[in-house]
Write a protein that binds this ligand. Structure first.
Ligand SMILES: [Zn+2]
Length: 471
């Protein structure tokens, strides 16, 4: 008979533990149900895919300051209004404006062969007749810095380092330093021009463009990217041990700074309308393709996700704000302008998310929240489990457009996608609409919409956490 009280005690204890666990659940079951409904609706919704078809067809290339950039702003305003968003507006941003010309490259010795280069964004021009000089192979900026005095003076520096294929952005992050700083550092040392092995992992003969830094005090020299096959060819000629010479011609120029805009749209919140969940992507693109994955996909993903939030009943407690940033690719002025203009309300931004890694398979979600909020984001991530997404830790970076909000304390969520296929076509003429898989685009929309729903409805707050400054 003494077993009965112990059995009852166990049941009571079990009930208490169960109640405590329930109390610790960050989301009431009704909100989790709502998020699941949003997720499932996204998986059968092609608003994003059709938006992307429209953007790539009716606007196409839209590098900062170009006529395509202006058309993209008008396109975004019209489409966001047509989709029923509120407070749709363009907030003007002054952007840098570089104009691509014609780029040519050929090996003239020892074995003459034509190459298919593209200029890096920001490249200087050659004299009209071009330049011809001996090639000096250099693997990295560190090797350049350690080169003997005069080693590259009057020469063409060839940065040979190959980008490693990775499923996260580590391969890109390591390789891209040469694209950003190679021309500037080589110019300081008297080089005539640089060519770089493309920051990309594919074997297509299409080179990858991208931004390079310039400085007022340093001559802006021509800087061209070569495809991996062309870089291989140049290395094979160098392997002969004979002097290798290149002839380059490039006619790009810097224009005056130009007008562009961040385009903003909202789904107004209810009880907590003053608090903002920000979904960002960049509206500009490089000019070689139609910016389908970079970052038309992001534009489509965040817009379609917010559209699903607008259809929820009950509606979101917090305001969901879509920000389509100006000139992410070549100056980041849109991101800086947003922080300047909205500085007074940064404290009311409760979560920021950015889509700028294409519409590839969703691998998981990473956060940057105070440690005591980790159970909240784990609960959010668990709703993404049917998409195959895992929780990937608390080191979210936010991307280049919303990252600066993270540096001001705004919590971040990253939807991490497979970066390996992205960096095969990133910044090339191959970044076109046919490369978009509608099912993967829907999967990305589902991830953003689900997380945005839960961030907008979470009954608690996410706190503040300062992301270390990007270097
Ligand atoms: Zn991008």
């Amino acid at each position: 008979m003494r077993a009965l009280p112990r059995c009852v005690a166990r049941i009571v204890l079990g009930l208490l533990v169960f109640r405590a666990a329930q109390a610790a659940e960050p989301f009431p079951p009704t909100l989790l149900d709502q998020a699941r409904t949003v997720r499932e609706r996204a998986l059968s919704d092609d608003v994003g895919y059709e938006l992307l078809r429209s953007l790539t067809t009716e606007v196409g290339p839209r590098s900062a300051g170009s006529p395509g950039d202006a058309r993209a702003v008008a396109w975004a305003l019209a489409h966001l209004r047509a989709l029923g968003f509120k407070n749709v507006r363009a907030e003007s941003v002054t952007v840098s404006h570089w104009i691509r010309g014609e780029a040519r490259a050929e090996i003239t010795a020892p074995w003459p062969q034509p190459l298919l280069p593209v200029a890096l964004g920001g490249s200087g021009a050659t004299p009209p007749g071009g330049i011809e000089a001996e090639v000096v192979p250099i693997t990295s900026l560190a090797e350049l810095a350690a080169a003997p005095a005069g080693a590259v003076s009057g020469k063409i520096v060839f940065f040979t380092q190959r980008m490693q294929k990775t499923h996260d952005v580590a391969g890109y992050g390591t390789a891209v330093a040469v694209r950003g700083g190679g021309a500037l550092e080589s110019s300081r040392l008297g080089a005539l021009a640089v060519v770089i092995r493309s920051i990309g992992t594919d074997g297509n003969r299409l080179a990858h463009t991208g931004a390079m830094r310039i400085a007022d005090s340093v001559r802006t020299i021509p800087a061209l990217a070569l495809s991996n096959p062309d870089a291989d060819l140049l290395e094979n000629e160098l392997a002969s041990g004979q002097p290798v010479r290149l002839r380059l011609r490039n006619t790009s120029v810097w224009g005056d700074s130009a007008h562009s805009a961040n385009v903003i749209a909202e789904v107004p919140g209810g009880a907590r309308a003053g608090e903002v969940v920000l979904l960002g992507a960049h509206l500009d693109s490089w000019d070689l393709g139609t910016g389908a994955h970079d970052d038309g996909a992001g534009v489509a993903i965040v817009t379609a996700a917010a559209r699903l939030i607008a259809e929820m009943r009950p509606g979101p407690a917090r305001t969901v704000r879509v920000v389509l940033y100006a000139n992410e690719e070549h100056g980041g002025q849109g991101s800086r302008s947003y922080v300047r203009r909205h500085g007074a309300e940064v404290g009311r931004h409760v979560m920021a998310m950015e889509s700028d890694l294409g519409a590839f398979p969703v691998l998981g979600v990473a956060s940057r929240v105070p440690l005591d909020r980790l159970p909240v984001v784990r609960a959010m991530a668990s709703v993404l489990a049917p998409l195959g997404a895992q929780f990937l830790g608390n080191e979210a970076g936010g991307g280049s457009d919303v990252g600066p909000l993270g540096e001001l304390g705004v919590p971040l969520l990253d939807v991490r996608t497979d970066a390996a296929p992205y960096f095969e076509l990133h910044h090339t003429a191959n970044d076109t609409f046919d490369k978009i898989d509608p099912a993967l685009l829907r999967q990305n929309v589902a991830a953003f919409a689900t997380l945005a729903c839960l961030a907008a409805q979470y009954p608690g707050d996410f706190g503040r956490v300062v992301k270390p400054k990007a270097r």
